[in-house]
Ligand binder design. Structure first.
Ligand code: AR6
Length: 187
């Protein structure tokens, strides 16, 4: 399926794209997962459906070995990409909006920062994010745009090794809200 790039920031290192996250041909796509790591709807459902059973198998192993209580909000783990075009899936758990004693923004920023850090640790150069927490988890899109762009710019400002960070929006209207509310200060 086609993806359309609407804009770039950070001197071309960040692209704003309309498309389906599962179609992205990048080193890693990010999953908007839940703490169970056992799949769900939205992005999570689409990734497991397109990627096949290998991803869930690795998630089960991560739960068993590292996160018996579940992956906390704001943290990220990596599995292979199964049958996806992407080589890896980085699973992160966004905050459920309004349920974190005022820490929503901090936790959402941590999702982006920790996912980028995991990509760097694995020497990956290209990564695609969906708009974490802005679906079932209810994070207002405009607020999420500000938080995610600030977190990405802060990370890329200090780490020079990622070539391309793609922000993928399913719908053009959602990408437009992002473009009206982002806080990137470099074109
Ligand atoms: N490609 C790109 N963006 C998408 C796609 C897609 N295929 N599908 C949905 N979106 P959500 P959350 C957009 O609900 O809010 C799951 O059940 C969507 O329009 O997937 O973090 C998990 O298991 C929205 O803007 O993630 C968790 O329980 C954004 O992706 C829970 O939902 C995120 O929507 C996580 O909720």
């Amino acid at each position: 399926m086609n993806s359309t790039e609407l804009a770039t920031f950070m001197f071309g290192h960040v692209g704003i794209v309309i498309g389906n996250i599962v179609d992205q041909q990048v080193d890693a796509i990010v999953n908007a997962a839940n703490s169970s790591l056992m799949g769900g709807g939205g992005v999570d459902g689409a990734i497991h459906a397109a990627g096949g059973p290998q991803i869930l198998c690795e998630c089960r192993e991560l739960r068993r070995t590292c996160y018996p209580q579940g992956l906390p909000a704001g943290q990220s783990v990596i599995t292979s990409g199964g049958n996806l075009p992407a080589h890896y899936v980085i699973h992160t758990v966004g905050p459920v909006y309004g349920r974190n004693a005022g820490r929503d923004a901090e936790l959402l920023a941590a999702c982006y920062r920790n996912s980028l850090a995991v990509a760097m640790q694995h020497n990956l150069r290209t990564i695609a994010f969906p708009a974490i927490s802005t679906g079932v988890y209810g994070y207002p899109r405009a607020e999420a745009a500000a938080v995610s762009s600030e977190a990405i710019q802060a990370f890329l400002g200090s780490e020079k090794s990622l070539d391309n960070v793609r922000l993928v929006f399913y719908q053009r209207a959602d990408a437009q809200i992002f473009l009206q509310n982002h806080r990137f200060t470099y074109p």
